[in-house]
Design a protein around this ligand. Structure first.
Ligand code: HEC
Length: 169
């Protein structure tokens, strides 16, 4: 038992991310926690009529983490996918919703990783991303985002990704 505990300790503290299941699981857990908090502040913003999302405060963890949203059909051109996100986004677009991964983790170098979770179109999203928009909504969107391509979505469709990039502690 003692040997097993020591062994587990070694596995858990080893830093071979990508080759080490233990640290990969931990990275996924941490990333998921942060993304869930971001989803919550996204929901709150939506409830007050805004489609905004920001990274939650990270507290004592002091990790170098960035969080954002991207899509294959962008409204705001500043939400372009980062290079490491591009092939993942393309893969999601090619894959039917039912078969899409709930999340994906990629190793970007020592202590550096990327993580994504998909976003799907819910009923509330259709007001601003659906096929038929109220004229005043359409007008406002065209004014603010002249090159908008984020309309015409249907309920349940893949809308884009929440991404997280961590450069470690
Ligand atoms: C009140 C209108 C409104 C609603 C409702 C809304 N959005 Fe948006 N959405 C916008 C606007 C405006 C932007 C551009 C925001 C920005 O500048 O980043 C945007 C941007 C996004 C982006 C970032 C990528 C891009 O196209 O720029 C995603 C992803 C997104 N919305 C998904 C959703 C989802 C999923 C829902 C429903 C859960 C939703 N939106 C509901 C108006 C809306």
């Amino acid at each position: 038992m003692k040997t097993l505990l020591i062994l587990l300790g070694v596995v858990a503290s080893s830093n071979l991310f990508g080759e080490n299941l233990e640290s990969e699981t931990k990275a996924i857990e941490r990333a998921h926690e942060t993304v869930s908090a971001s989803r919550n502040n996204f929901k709150k913003a939506l409830a007050s009529g805004e489609c905004k999302m920001s990274a939650p405060p990270l507290g004592a963890k002091n990790e170098n983490i960035e969080v954002g949203r991207t899509s294959h059909k962008l409204r705001n051109q500043t939400n372009q996918p980062r290079d490491w996100v591009k092939p993942i986004l393309e893969e999601y677009v090619r894959t039917p919703v039912a078969k899409q991964n709930k999340h994906k983790l990629v190793n970007l170098g020592p202590g550096h990783y990327g993580y994504v979770e998909p976003l799907y179109v819910e009923a509330v999203c259709l007001n601003c991303h659906g096929a038929t928009l109220k004229p005043e909504v359409r007008k406002e969107i065209t004014k603010l985002y002249p090159s908008d391509s984020a309309t015409g979505f249907k309920l349940g469709e893949f809308r884009g990704l929440i991404w997280l990039e961590s450069k470690g502690r």
